[in-house]
Unconditional design. Sequence first.
Length: 342
Amino acid sequence: AVLLDKNADTPVPPASMSKLMTLELVFEALETGRLALEDSFRISERAAAMGGSKMFIRSGESVSIEDLLRGVIVQSGNDAAVALAEAISGTEAAFADLMNQRASAIGLTNSRFSNATGWPDPEHRMSPRDLAILAERIITLYPLHYAMFSETEFTWDGITQGNRNPLLSAGIGADGLKTGHTSEAGFGLVASAQRGERRILLVVSGLESAKQRRQESERLINWAFRAFETARLYKAGEPVAMAEVWIGAAPEVAMAPERDLIVTVPYGMLENALITAHFAEPVDAPIEAGVMLGRLEVVLPGVTPVSVPLVAVEAVERGGVLPRLKALTRLLKLRLLAADEG
């Protein structure tokens, strides 16, 4: 659930926050086996010469994918980001094309990439919503790699640099993701914080100083945890309703949510929840297990309704002679009743 948004779909200069797309593509390559953490790549002159924040890798040396990842995640190294781009696509330009293809594939509708680093470019833009979608994707699909985001420092070639995420030491449950700053973009942050089973994602951009970025981010995350509660109302696969079956081997079929029904609402509002199962019956047999038969919806005052598909818990085969005779008898009774009423 989106708790608060302002200009969430407006493309803005993302600065280094767009390195999340670079990282997502590397994580995907690791998961599919195209890359391995221990793989080493020779650093190009172009990568080593990158300005801005740096890992301080040197042209001609070989560096592992694992070290380059920490160089991007912890140190926000532009040199490390370009090195990773070249490792996957050969050139940064080709990698930028890959970034745009991935953005389209995963539904980032207000993003456009021209480089792997977030280096200022009028064509390089992301919306806050797209950044949040990308962050959630990384956390969900790549939990082992995501653990790197909480590392507080990384040393390369005798140079130790601290993690640029200002919230890791704030004591609010923050465990990632990425800062960004240029003169055009201002100060931005994509952050995640977890307390118990609850996780909050935050995206801020265009702030005037590092201090304001930290203060506003802390305030918003604390507000989100304090003012809202998250509840699992029903578990996936837990039967919640029965539907009559027409000419089936069983007279009814149990229905359950396809996935957990989870809502995030202002504290104290759950008692006002109206939960309704929407489905049509009777359901014609045969019925396959897992087929969608309806929806389970939660409605709360002032909150966008939340719903999940209702699916058949078990298969129901088409009935034999006896169920068909019963169905025919029932149909005849209904027609006679309709005739009498007419």
